[in-house]
Write a protein that binds this ligand. Structure first.
Ligand SMILES: [Zn+2]
Length: 216
């Protein structure tokens, strides 16, 4: 059964490297990374990462925790870094592969695998408090729901594979694996435009939001 999709033949072109022109991958010579570094990051961002054998056997969905082999943790962390760079976060949402604790319950990193490459990442946690996406008159969401909820802390799909339903399929597979309905995930704010559209399409009317994800 085909779980994910073939990318188009072309690769995302490297962005303009002039002053003030950042590449969509979030890395550019302009920011002082150098051409070789940018090219490497950009190719990973566009086409995904070669996966270690230990992960390949789990295709199409690999589960990575602090108990996973080091190469698996490194692959998950690298995807987390690609997401961080593109979105401009200050920090990676996954622990460093060296300090990721054994037996740590959360976060769990789920990797979308396609033809020996990791092409997507979904980071799952658990929240004690969340709110419905029904802002009040001032536009504030009230995080007043107290039953624990699985949370999507971050989702990333490599650029060549976007707009092909990979993110949605990833959410569905992870929901199955976590034994929750796909509309029961709380989504960590702030969401990007793409994340917002995906969350809304998966959750339908009842979108759950959260503003912090405890990791243990
Ligand atoms: Zn780039």
């Amino acid at each position: 059964m085909i779980e994910f999709v073939d990318p188009p033949d072309e690769t995302w072109p490297l962005g303009s490297w002039g002053w003030g022109a950042d590449c969509p991958c979030g890395t550019s010579e302009y920011r002082g990374y150098g051409r070789a570094t940018h090219t490497r990051w950009h190719m990973d961002w566009a086409t995904g990462l070669h996966v270690p054998v230990s992960l390949e056997c789990q295709a199409p969905l690999a589960r990575v925790t602090g108990d996973s082999p080091m190469p698996d943790r490194k692959t998950a962390y690298r995807l987390g870094q690609l997401m961080r760079r593109e979105e401009g976060y200050d920090f990676c949402l996954l622990p460093d592969p060296v300090t990721w604790k054994v037996h740590q319950r959360w976060p769990v990193a789920y990797l979308a695998l396609w033809r020996e490459r990791a092409i997507g990442l979904l980071i799952v946690g658990q929240v004690k408090r969340w709110g419905w996406n029904k802002p009040d008159a001032e536009g504030y969401v009230h995080f007043d729901q107290r039953e624990p909820s699985r949370a999507v802390a971050g989702i990333f799909v490599c650029a060549n594979y976007r707009r092909r339903g990979v993110g949605r399929r990833l959410v569905e597979l992870v929901a199955e694996r976590e034994r929750v309905a796909r509309d029961e995930f709380a989504w960590l704010m702030p969401l990007s435009d793409g994340g917002n559209a995906l969350a809304a399409s998966v959750a339908g009317d009842g979108l759950r939001l959260c503003n912090s994800v405890p990791w243990e």
